[in-house]
Design a protein around this ligand. Structure first.
Ligand code: FAD
Length: 404
């Protein structure tokens, strides 16, 4: 028997969830993270039901996470309703909702605290690997190395493991940026159980609730076209810019921004272009953004990363890790469960970003007429996409040791 721990590279949502799930499946795991802690900066994050099911199955206490369930609706900037997200009512009943808000640092803390002490080794950068057949050699930037029966690259969009498996794939710039902030000073008229998504001709302005240590808060965000070669703004510049953007939306969005000074973060939106049709090779696989970096238009990148961990563990649950063929087959099975779903999400999220922010000035009024007067958005983001996400619950089966 090969008794070395499984190695996971990266301690973002994908790496932490994969480690927790593999431990639930009975395997020993070591996570290597290049920084002191994975990046704790960031505002609101929303998780769909499959991520919640995955977390519960791997032994994370989701009650303690105090997830805030929300409905979601899409509107024009002037307030015209365009779509409402509909989910499977039975699942809504079972999970207490389908779209749950939490602050990103809180999500990371809960995931990290669910791991046994000593699982994560920080300040350790993985530089390369070599699959030697019976095991994988993992090399670190300081010149040291370990061997492992399985290597999981959960090292984000700039993964070191992915090009080692499949070669370089270029970054696809969406030419968009997101600006996020949050506040506990909640203006009148802001619902505490609904995610409001509004679009002007060129800008998305949205907000949704979360809870932090029992206290209700609101996370808001803008998405706008942005030239990635433009230097990023200072915190002060970003705040002034966000206040300017908020003027395109109703008063409560302007107040939310005004109440959020000091909390703003900015993200450049990008992915890896044409999604891979295979992630795993031999004893090595990928999870999270390393496999399927996705625009936040899906609000699902972290959720999909968590579910990846669940499926990796489920696929490897009863596998003798010294048996190379069995490991390879288990990882190929994981690929088969994940790639079609994540590919659809990547492409839809990219398409929505282009539709809302990169339509030409001539097309925008026609687009908005269609969004206001037809069921296009209702069908797409209100029903089709949530329906596909709901289907993942049955694909997940009865738990990490209970494949569907
Ligand atoms: C603005 C914005 C809003 C979003 N909102 C949502 C949302 O509402 N819901 C949702 O589900 N998703 C959302 N996402 C997506 C989500 O943030 C990502 O999909 C998720 O963080 C990916 O997790 P990951 O663990 O794969 O990668 P990462 O979070 O990037 O973690 C990778 C980790 O690997 C480490 N690492 C990298 N290279 C090495 C190395 N060589 N050696 C050791 N360690 C290494 C890094 O330091 C990092 O800690 C949003 C994204 C953005 C930009």
């Amino acid at each position: 028997m090969n008794t070395d721990p499984i190695v996971v590279v990266g301690s973002g949502p994908a790496g932490l969830a994969t480690a927790r799930a593999l431990i639930a499946a009975g395997h020993d795991v070591r996570v290597y993270e290049r920084y002191a802690n994975s990046d704790k900066v960031g505002g609101l994050i929303n998780l769909w039901t499959p991520a919640v099911k995955a977390l519960q199955s791997m032994g994370v206490d989701t009650d303690a996470m105090d997830l805030q369930a929300t409905d979601s609706s899409f509107h024009s900037a002037s307030g015209r309703h365009r779509a409402s997200v509909r989910f499977d009512p039975e699942l809504d009943k079972q999970y207490g909702g389908h779209f749950f808000g939490i602050l990103r640092p809180d999500l990371y803390t809960f995931l990290r605290d669910a791991l046994p002490a000593g699982t994560i080794q920080t300040h350790t950068t993985v530089s390369s690997f070599a699959d030697a057949g019976d095991s994988v050699e993992v090399h670190f930037a300081d010149g040291s190395s370990v061997t492992t029966p399985v290597l999981v690259g959960a090292d984000g969009i700039h993964s070191t493991i992915r090009p080692g498996l499949w070669g370089e794939t270029p970054i696809r710039e969406h030419n968009l940026q997101a600006i996020l902030g949050n506040t506990y000073d909640i203006p009148d008229g802001v619902p505490l159980d609904e995610c409001i998504i509004r679009h002007s001709r060129t800008l998305q302005g949205s907000y949704a609730p979360f809870r932090h240590e029992g206290r209700p808060g609101i996370g808001w965000y803008f998405v706008e076209a942005w030239d990635p070669s433009t230097p990023p703004l200072s915190q002060e510049g970003l705040f002034a810019h966000a206040k300017e953007l908020a003027k395109q939306f109703p008063r409560e969005q302007q107040l939310l921004v005004e109440h959020s000074e000091g909390t703003l973060v900015r993200w450049q939106i990008r992915d890896r272009g044409k999604p891979l049709r295979q992630w795993s090779k031999g004893r090595v696989t990928l999870a999270g953004d390393a496999a399927h970096a996705t625009s936040p238009y899906a609000a699902y990148g972290a959720g999909m990363s968590i579910v990846d961990g669940y499926f990796i563990a489920q696929s490897l649950a009863e596998v003798d890790l010294s048996d190379r063929d069995a490991v390879t087959a288990a990882l190929a099975h994981y690929d088969s469960l994940r790639i079609d779903h994540t590919t659809d999400q990547i492409e839809q999220a990219y398409m929505l970003g282009q539709l809302f922010h990169h339509s030409s000035a001539v097309v925008r009024p026609i687009r908005d007429f269609m969004l206001d007067r037809t069921r296009f958005l209702q069908k797409m983001v209100g029903e089709k996409s949530p329906g596909e996400i709901a289907k993942q619950i049955s694909v997940m089966g009865d738990g990490i040791r209970g494949a569907a």
